[in-house]
Design a protein around this ligand. Structure first.
Ligand SMILES: Nc1nc2c(c(=O)[nH]1)N[C@H]1C(S)=C(S)[C@@H](COP(=O)(O)OP(=O)(O)OC[C@H]3O[C@@H](n4cnc5c(=O)[nH]c(N)nc54)[C@H](O)[C@@H]3O)O[C@H]1N2
Ligand SMILES: Nc1nc2c(c(=O)[nH]1)N[C@H]1C(S)=C(S)[C@@H](COP(=O)(O)OP(=O)(O)OC[C@H]3O[C@@H](n4cnc5c(=O)[nH]c(N)nc54)[C@H](O)[C@@H]3O)O[C@H]1N2
Ligand code: SF4
Ligand SMILES: [Mo]
Length: 707
């Protein structure tokens, strides 16, 4: 893989799961980024965030030395690494001596490289001996992951290479706004449409993605499950099912048929607001296409019925005979840079590396052997992310928390209570590049190296393992996460080896994953380099990798995909007279996640300086809200204030807020933490709010003021 500029290092973007290929040439105070043509995901494209990613490397308020408070309430002040790491080790030791191993918890992130995610999971289990570890992927991929496991026996985001999207005849995108969340993905959709293919989008908003669609299903938030069952009902009624496929490759259809019978079109139209004619047209298009893909993203998944919702779309795909055939199928759009790898190697509460279950005795024995410990010392499953955050500082809950790669003060649901829980801790440690809203509350902050300052691997949304390359040295005083973890493991006298060399850690991860579902044991840095990435599973050095895992059989015990009959339950919190409007939340192009990174990049702040509330002009008129004025949005959890942005692209019963900001415009002050019973995913995408004018139009803020 050649760099596109002499002296530039070929690598991948620090942000989302598309993992666009880019080359970066870092000089004193400058970083020049050029998109790579040789990476299929972006094929020469980048979004605004990718182009400006170099700026993050030397933001003025980058943390470059460890910070600590000498006592509670004191300001964060610089200390040496020795002081900081000793203080963490002794704090952890003291708490665990009195309250047991589970009094210390770990919170990871889907942006961490495979090596770091693996090492963090191992660190929690055998250095801290705690069961209390989970990560922000619980807020992201957990519903799709659980549904994929249930139906196919394996959780691989896309069913094949991303170029399949361009080769498709029809793509149904449910709750995904790739025009803003993965702009170069549009190249694939555009290629499909240039070849005569059609795009269908299901979203309560006519987003930049929906505007490109041939058909837009503008459903009520939280009603996707009913839509899927309704579409399957129509497919049955119109004789569009693939009976021989159902017979040969699936199980459980009969029970599903009974449930879906009651989703007659007019009933579904009433629930979803989508006209029957549109549903019928969508089903006919999907069934007629030679190659049809159904894709879901967070819009359909971040619901308290998210697992069943994804299951309902998988059911539809299976009934039409799509999964496990070349170029067709069901897939979910993974979100974070390493959202896929980050959910495979053991930072999840119930998981060991290789996508193994932590309660499986055989898995424990195998992983223990690689770690050089007795299986008995590996703890059992812990709490899911939101439940973990809620348990902090409570009777029997963790009293210390170590955060690597997340900013839950902005991104967790019902965030004001999350703040209270963090404040009640005896010890909060955050490893980050900057003082995020969460780091600002920490007792100890550890300055970590960034994407372009270290080596590692990322597994993109296709399931392709890629190499992230070092293009610059970290600033003096900054350490890599692997170095930080080692520093702590050694002080805690942990068993096993704690390499700080990513390639060595990757080789160990490979051994620990061998024989598991996500088997990386045949992948090496050299192969990734030579082959332009390797698709897992890849169980041996001579195995070619697996771009399309389900062509011959599904990963279930009998090789068949499983239908599961699912019923629409509706959102946990519906609108009523006190809270008469739906709130949904999501993303804008210029900002990434909690905004900790992108709110520090000038051109991104210029493009999108502040939080806002998107609402329909008719709703604004009913509420007496002027364009550009501040509105107060209240839910049963709290109140947020942000500028009103009027647009007729949103339903008039729904408002939308991006979640990229903390402070008074924080969307997550409002969101409902109702959890999916299986995945424990919070219902970020629908709750009930009241919207009121909060003042006259106000001037636009000064760029970077919101940092
Ligand atoms: N610019 C940008 N890009 C990103 C990120 C970012 O923060 N910023 N984050 C990355 C990550 S981690 C993720 S997970 C992905 C997320 O990528 P997406 O899933 O595309 O992003 P969202 O904006 O969260 O949600 C997508 C759409 O769901 C719609 N929606 C809301 N409620 C519902 C509903 O009930 N049903 C349906 N069908 N749709 C609904 C919203 O209107 C929104 O347009 O993006 C990745 N890329
Ligand atoms: N209302 C609402 N809330 C949501 C969502 C939504 O759609 N609506 N989406 C949810 C989703 S899908 C997600 S993924 C979460 C994400 O939300 P967060 O977990 O808060 O994600 P980030 O903002 O990416 O936080 C990453 C933090 O870690 C730092 N960091 C990045 N890389 C590294 C690293 O390699 N090492 C270390 N030590 N630090 C690092 C960054 O500077 C940043 O402060 O938000 C969820 N919250
Ligand atoms: S689409 Fe995602 S990976 Fe590509 S440049 Fe933008 S943020 Fe980076
Ligand atoms: Mo995400």
């Amino acid at each position: 893989m050649a760099a596109s500029e002499p002296g530039a290092t070929p690598t991948h973007c620090p942000y989302c799961a598309l993992q666009c290929g880019m080359s970066i040439a870092v000089g004193p105070g400058t970083a020049v980024i050029t998109p790579r043509e040789d990476v299929p995901a972006n094929a020469g494209g980048l979004c605004q965030k990718g182009w400006s990613a170099g700026e993050m490397l030397d933001v003025p308020d980058r943390v470059t030395e460890p910070l600590m408070r000498v006592h509670e309430g004191a300001p964060l002040e610089p200390v040496s690494w020795e002081t900081a790491l000793d203080a963490i080790a002794s704090g952890v030791g003291a708490l665990q001596a009195v309250h047991g191993p589970d009094s210390v918890a770990v919170f990871g992130g889907g942006g961490l490289t495979n090596e770091k995610a693996y090492q963090l999971g191992k660190f929690a289990r055998i250095a801290l001996r705690t069961s209390q570890i989970d990560y922000n992927g619980r807020f992201c991929m957990s519903s799709a992951a659980a549904a994929l496991n249930r139906a196919f026996g394996m959780d691989r985001g896309l069913p094949g290479p991303i170029t399949d999207v361009g080769d498709a005849d029809v793509v149904l995108m449910v709750g995904g706004n790739v025009a803003e969340t993965m702009p170069p993905f549009l190249r694939h959709l555009n290629r499909m449409r240039e070849n005569g293919g059609a795009l269908i989008v299901a979203d309560p908003r006519r987003t930049a993605t929906a505007r490109q669609a041939d058909l837009h299903l503008q459903l009520t938030p939280g009603t996707d499950l009913a839509l899927a069952n309704g579409m399957l009902h129509l497919a049955m009624a119109e004789g569009l099912l693939d009976d021989s496929y159902i017979e040969a490759r699936t199980s459980g259809f009969d029970r599903l048929r009974t449930v879906v019978n009651s989703y007659w079109p007019e009933r579904v139209e009433r629930i979803t607001g989508v006209p029957v004619a549109h549903m019928r047209e969508a089903v006919r298009m999907l069934a007629a296409g030679g190659r049809s893909l159904i894709l879901t993203a967070r819009g359909a998944e971040q619901q308290a019925q998210g697992v069943d919702t994804v299951t309902a779309f998988i059911n539809l795909a299976l009934a039409l005979g799509l999964p496990g055939t070349e170029g067709s199928g069901y897939g979910c759009l993974t979100g974070q840079g390493n959202g896929q790898g980050g959910r495979e190697h053991g930072q999840k509460a119930d998981q060991l590396p290789g996508y193994r279950r932590i309660d499986d005795p055989e898995a424990r024995a195998r992983v223990a052997a690689v770690w050089g410990v007795e299986p008995e010392i590996i703890p059992g499953p812990g709490r899911s992310a939101y439940e973990l955050l809620m348990a902090l500082g409570t009777e029997g809950g963790p009293r210390a928390l170590l955060v690597f790669g997340s900013n839950p003060v902005v991104s967790a649901p019902r965030a004001s209570v999350v703040e209270e829980r963090l404040n009640s801790l005896d010890l909060l440690v955050v490893a980050d590049f900057v003082l995020s809203e969460t780091a600002r509350r920490a007792d100890i902050v550890l300055p970590a190296a960034q994407w372009a300052e270290e080596e590692g691997t990322m597994t993109n949304l296709e399931g392709r393992v890629l190499r992230r390359r070092r293009a610059a040295q970290p600033p003096e005083g900054v350490r890599t996460d692997l170095e930080i973890i080692r520093g702590l493991a050694v002080r805690l006298e942990a068993p096993g080896t704690w390499s700080t060399e990513p390639e060595e850690v990757f080789a160990e991860l490979g051994r620990a994953s061998a024989g598991g579902i996500a088997d990386y044991s045949g992948i090496t840095y050299e192969r990734i380099e030579k082959e332009g990435g390797v698709f897992w599973p890849c169980p041996s050095p001579d195995h070619p990798g697996t771009p399309r895992p389900f062509l011959d059989r599904f990963a279930t015990p009998d090789g068949r995909a499983r239908f599961t009959a699912v019923e629409h339950r509706g959102p946990e919190e519906d609108v009523d007279t006190d809270y008469p409007v739906y709130l949904t939340t999501g993303r804008v192009l210029a900002h990434y996640q909690s905004g900790a990174q992108t709110r520090r990049v000038r051109q991104l702040v210029d493009a999108s300086p502040e939080p806002f509330v998107e609402l329909h002009p008719d709703l604004a008129e009913r509420l007496g809200v002027e364009p550009g004025s501040l509105v107060r949005v209240s839910s049963r959890r709290g109140v947020s204030i942000a500028r009103a942005r009027l647009t007729d692209t949103i339903r008039d019963d729904t408002v939308f807020m991006p979640f990229h900001w903390g402070g008074e415009g924080r969307a997550n002050t409002l969101t409902n933490p109702a959890l999916d019973p299986i995945s424990r995913m919070p219902e970020f995408k629908v709750c009930a709010v009241r919207v009121e004018p909060a003042g006259p139009p106000v001037p636009e803020p000064h760029p970077l003021e919101g940092v």
